[in-house]
Design a protein around this ligand. Structure first.
Ligand SMILES: C[S@@+](CC[C@H](N)C(=O)[O-])C[C@H]1O[C@@H](n2cnc3c(N)ncnc32)[C@H](O)[C@@H]1O
Length: 407
C-alpha cells in the first residue's frame, strides 16, 4: 500500500490518511510518499518512494537504532518551523494567537544532564538510551546531543554499573555536568552494604565525580557540585531541576529579563535553585517560591554567599495547593512563573485578577501554557509575544517564554 504523509504526530511520527483512518509511519516527513504493508494502524516493512526536500542524513551514527532523538532525519529549518507550529497549534486550540520571536535552538553536544539506562552484563555493562518504544538499551558513544563532558563520564558510569548494577533489572543513571565535576545519581542499584559503599566511593575518586547518590543516599561527596547563575554559585541537591543546556538557560533568562524590563520588585514562582531569581537579583528585589525545601535552601545559601545582590527572600510552598494570594502581589512589578508540565492553574487564577504589570511565563508544555494563557487573558492581560526556546533538539519537546502585560 502507498500513502502520503500529511502531518506529524506529537512524538514526531508521520501520519497519513488511509481508507479506514490514520496510519502511523515513524521517521517520516509531511509530503513524503511511502510504501509498505498495513498492519493495524501502522505501516510495516516500508520504504520511502518520494523523499521530502526537508529530509537530511541523520548527523548521529546511532540515529537508526537509538530512540533518544526522533527528528534527526529532518533539516534544522523544518524542526524549527514544526516546533513553532506546535506552540501556535496549542494556542489556536484555546482560540488564541500571538506574535512569535525567532526560535532559539541549543547547539549539538550541549546537553548538560541526561538519564542513561544500564544493565550489568556477563562481561561488563551495557549502557545508553532505549531504542524507540522498546526496553532494549542502545550504546551511544558518539551521541550528538550530550556535552562531551557527559560522554567522558561513560567509563566511570560503567564501572558503577559493574559494581552495583543488576543483570535482571535496569539501573537508571542521571548525570549532570557541574563546575566541579559530574554529579551522578543512581536509582535501581543493588542495596548498599559497607563493602559496596567503599567500592563506589573508590570509583567516584578514580573517575573524579563530584558526588555520587545511590538509591537516594549520598555515598560519596568529593566536592559539592556547583552551578553558576549570574554572579551566584549554587550547590543543587541531588536530582534538582536544571535547564537542559547552558545555552537554553541563557536564552530563557535573557528573554525573561527582556519581558520584565526595569521591574524593581519581582516574584519568581516555581523558582527551582534560582536559575532566574539569582541573576535577576543583581538588579531587582526577588521573592523566590519553590516547593522543594532542599532547593529553596540551596538558593538561599547561594544568595547569602553572593556579594552585591539586592534583597532575596525565599519561601518553600506548594503552589498547587497554596498559591500566592492577592495581597502577596501588592507592589510587585513583575512575576516570573515556570511551573512543571502540569501548568499552574490555581496560581494563574489569582494572577489573572492581580494588578501585577508584567508576567513572564516560562513553560515546557505548550498545552498547559495555552490553557494558563487563556486564564490570564480572560483576566485582562495582553499576550505581547512568545519566544520558543529549543534545548531538546531533534526531539518533540518545546520550551517557551511568553510576555503578558496589563494594558
Ligand atoms: C520547570 S522547573 C523550573 C525551575 C526553575 N525556574 C528553573 O528554571 O531552574 C519547575 C519547578 O517547580 C517545582 N515544583 C513542582 N511542583 C511544585 C508545586 N506544587 N509547588 C511549588 N513548586 C513546585 C519543581 O521542584 C521545579 O523546581
Amino acid at each position: 500500500m502507498k500513502v502520503t504523509i500529511d502531518r506529524l504526530g506529537h512524538l514526531g511520527d508521520g501520519i497519513a490518511q488511509g481508507p479506514l483512518g490514520a496510519i502511523f509511519v515513524p521517521g517520516m516527513l509531511p509530503g513524503e510518499e511511502v510504501e509498505g504493508d498495513l498492519q493495524g494502524d501502522q505501516l510495516a516493512d516500508f520504504r520511502i518512494v518520494t523523499p521530502s526536500v526537508n529530509r537530511v542524513k541523520p548527523p548521529c551514527a546511532h540515529a537508526k537504532t537509538c530512540g533518544g532523538c526522533m527528528m534527526q532525519h529532518a533539516s534544522d529549518a523544518f524542526v524549527a518551523d514544526w516546533k513553532l507550529g506546535i506552540v501556535k497549534g496549542a494556542l489556536a486550540g484555546q482560540g488564541l494567537e500571538a506574535e512569535f520571536r525567532p526560535i532559539i535552538t541549543s547547539p549539538p553536544k550541549s546537553r548538560r544532564r541526561a538519564t542513561i539506562a544500564a544493565r550489568r552484563t556477563k562481561t561488563g555493562a551495557l549502557m545508553g538510551f532505549h531504542a524507540r518504544a522498546s526496553d532494549m538499551v542502545v550504546e551511544v558513544p558518539n551521541c550528538q546531543l550530550l556535552h562531551p563532558d557527559l560522554i567522558a563520564t561513560f567509563p566511570g558510569l560503567q564501572a558503577l554499573v559493574k559494581l552495583g548494577g543488576s543483570r535482571t533489572a535496569e539501573v537508571s543513571l542521571t548525570v549532570t555536568r557541574s563546575l566541579s565535576g559530574a554529579d551522578v545519581m543512581v536509582v535501581g542499584g543493588k542495596p548498599l552494604d559497607g563493602q559496596l559503599q567503599l567500592e563506589l566511593a573508590r570509583v567516584t575518586e578514580t573517575y573524579g565525580f563530584a558526588r555520587l547518590t545511590w538509591n537516594g543516599d549520598t555515598v560519596a561527596l568529593r566536592t559539592a557540585p556547583m552551578q553558576r547563575f549570574g554572579r551566584a554559585l549554587v550547590s543543587p541537591p541531588p536530582g534538582a531541576f536544571l535547564q537542559a543546556t547552558v545555552e537554553g538557560e541563557q536564552a530563557l533568562l535573557g528573554t525573561v529579563a527582556l519581558a520584565i524590563g526595569s521591574a524593581k520588585k519581582i516574584v519568581d514562582l516555581f523558582a527551582g535553585v534560582g536559575t532566574f531569581a539569582l541573576p535577576l537579583a543583581e538588579r531587582a528585589e526577588v521573592h523566590a517560591v519553590e516547593g522543594e525545601a532542599a532547593m529553596t535552601a540551596a538558593l538561599a545559601k547561594a544568595a547569602n554567599n553572593t556579594e552585591g545582590l539586592k534583597r532575596v527572600t525565599v519561601e518553600t510552598r506548594d503552589l498547587f495547593r497554596r498559591p500566592l494570594e492577592d495581597d502577596e502581589f501588592k507592589g510587585v512589578e513583575a512575576v516570573v512563573i515556570d511551573p512543571p508540565r502540569a501548568g499552574a492553574e490555581a496560581q494563574m487564577a489569582v494572577l489573572a485578577r492581580s494588578k501585577v504589570p508584567v508576567i513572564a511565563s516560562v513553560s515546557c508544555n505548550p498545552i498547559s501554557f495555552a490553557r494558563d494563557a487563556k486564564v490570564l487573558i480572560a483576566g485582562g492581560y495582553h499576550l505581547d509575544w512568545v519566544q520558543v526556546v529549543d534545548q531538546f533538539r531533534w526531539s518533540a519537546h518545546v520550551e517557551l517564554v511568553a510576555k503578558f502585560s496589563r494594558p
